[in-house]
Write a protein that binds this ligand. Structure first.
Ligand SMILES: Cc1cc2nc3c(=O)[nH]c(=O)nc-3n(C[C@H](O)[C@H](O)[C@H](O)COP(=O)(O)O)c2cc1C
Length: 176
């Protein structure tokens, strides 16, 4: 059976992106899913001086190994001031110091949601431009706007938005 990792690009313990990625992963059939949480991979703030003095922290190696040993990734990015959350950017920076091909050509379903109407569009645009330079194979991109209106009890309540996600998940599954 194919195995994927699914995680949100945030360290919020009540993350709406974690809720979205968890629901998205539940739509897969016959795939072994591991949901990860950035809070379980605490890392110091990246800095060149820190790296020179202490090297690269174990948690960056562990997370990168989890990507490497997976068959695919589902990632839902939180948007902070139009960009990655600090927690995600920090992990990404650390991992990129170990391996520039950070995503190892693994199929990726890239998601984002936010409380507002743009649904994380800015951070998705940044990731869409940047991730392929780190060997991401982005299969589908999906954005859920107005999380508070469109998501309830662990799932998307708007039929059209739900169908769009199901189609994206299906394409992702076919790519594994
Ligand atoms: C510092 C900060 C900046 C934010 N900037 C944006 C933003 O640029 N666009 C947006 O849609 N939401 C923004 N938000 C709201 C987040 O989308 C919201 O907090 C969301 O819950 C974050 O996702 P998460 O719950 O998965 O961490 C911001 C929130 C914080 C705390």
């Amino acid at each position: 059976m194919k195995k994927i990792i699914a995680f949100a690009g945030t360290n919020s313990k009540t993350s709406i992106n974690k809720q979205l990625v968890t629901y998205s992963a539940s739509l897969l059939n016959e795939v072994d899913v591991t949901i990860l949480d950035l809070n379980d991979f605490e890392l110091p703030l990246y800095g060149v001086d820190f790296e020179k003095e202490h090297g690269i922290p174990q948690n960056a190696h562990i997370f990168l190994d989890l990507i490497k040993s997976s068959d695919g990734l589902m990632l839902s990015l939180a948007e902070h001031n139009g960009a990655y959350s600090t927690a995600f950017k920090n992990l990404f920076d650390w991992m990129s110091r170990i391996e520039g091909k950070t995503f190892f050509d693994k199929p990726m379903l890239l998601l984002a949601t936010s409380p507002g109407g743009r649904g994380g569009e800015s951070v998705l645009n940044i990731a869409k431009d940047r991730f392929p330079r780190h060997n991401a194979n982005i299969v589908e991109i999906y954005s859920l706007p107005f999380f508070g209106n469109n998501f309830s009890n662990g799932k998307i309540v708007d039929d059209e938005l739900n169908l769009q996600l199901k189609n994206a998940v299906k394409q992702f599954e076919l790519s594994l």
